[in-house]
Design a protein. Structure first.
Ligand code: B1M
Length: 225
């Protein structure tokens, strides 16, 4: 199977909003034992980026963007379900992480992928969904005794919610009680540092590495205190 050809066809399926074609490509890749996460992030993901820039340039209308995004969502769910089917039980839980897309933001495709890679790595993930106010995020983090609060923001206008979360944690005296992680396309390591978040990751694979590292640091701190 030619990887470049497969990725090109996956990209086209998203740009054309052709769900049947996308599902056939997944089936084909599965039968060829191809890395489905790679197909999702680099193949279908490239289609998602393309529709984003077409929309940005005014070459795609909002209903067309919504339609293509629904195909991407279906593709994401199909691949994540297939990956979870093959998930091997992890002997010990690595920590509990609460995930949410911030208030005013409906983008949840990337967060869903992050949730899945974290689960596969052995984290217990509580996914609060999208458009979640910071007050609710903190209440739920307390209720579940989360180790990590992870927020996703895809709009430059909603990134400020991540800052609001850090501020509220400082005000309630809970900044030291939770590790915080931020992600989403407009976020950067510089943004994470500026707002005082504990960690940042660019993608779902890196999110696992960062979460494991932050948990290790937390355990070491607890041992030394
Ligand atoms: Co919207 N949208 N959208 N959109 N949309 C963007 C983000 C945009 C860049 C498109 C563009 O104009 N080029 C633009 C934002 C501009 C900006 O603010 N700078 C935009 C806009 C403007 C809008 C609307 C305002 C459009 C309108 O109504 N006029 C509107 C906003 C609605 C709202 O939220 N209130 C809107 C709506 C939508 C849809 C509903 C149609 C749909 C979302 C469907 C859904 O998610 N259920 C949609 C989509 C699909 C996109 C694009 C095309 C793709 C986003 C995506 O799913 N990417 C996007 C353009 C783009 O990004 N290329 C765009 C794929 C996903 C796998 O990547 O989410 O980045 P991503 O997640 C990655 C990493 O970021 C990281 O790991 C993930 C996997 O590797 N990551 C984390 C994410 N969260 C993390 C958390 C972590 C760690 C890593 O730790 C906690």
């Amino acid at each position: 199977m030619d990887k470049q050809d497969l990725f090109r066809r996956a990209k086209d399926a998203i740009v054309d909003a052709d769900e049947a074609k996308a599902l056939r490509i997944i089936e084909e890749a599965k039968n060829a034992e191809f890395d489905l996460l790679d197909l999702l992030l680099s193949g279908f993901g490239a289609g998602n980026d393309e529709i984003g820039s077409l929309f940005d340039r005014g070459a795609l209308s909002l209903p067309e963007l919504i339609y293509a995004a629904e195909v991407m969502k279906s593709v994401t769910n199909t691949i994540l379900n297939l990956l979870n089917e093959n998930e091997r039980p992890v002997p010990e839980k690595r920590g509990r992480i609460l995930l949410a897309t911030v208030a005013g933001d409906v983008h949840d495709i990337g967060k869903g992928i992050v949730a899945s890679t974290l689960r596969t790595a052995g984290f217990e993930v509580i996914d609060l969904g999208c458009e979640v106010p910071v007050e609710t995020i903190i209440e739920e983090a307390r209720r579940y005794k989360a180790d990590i609060i992870g927020t996703s923001a895809l709009l430059t206008s909603t990134m400020t919610e991540q800052k609001k979360l850090e501020k509220l944690l400082m005000e309630t005296g809970e900044k030291e009680s939770f590790i915080t992680m931020v992600g989403g396309a407009p976020c950067t390591p510089r943004w994470a540092k500026k707002i005082g978040a504990s960690g940042y990751s660019e993608d779902a694979i890196e999110a696992v590495k960062v979460a494991l590292q932050l948990m290790k640091e937390k355990e070491e701190q607890e041992k030394n205190s």
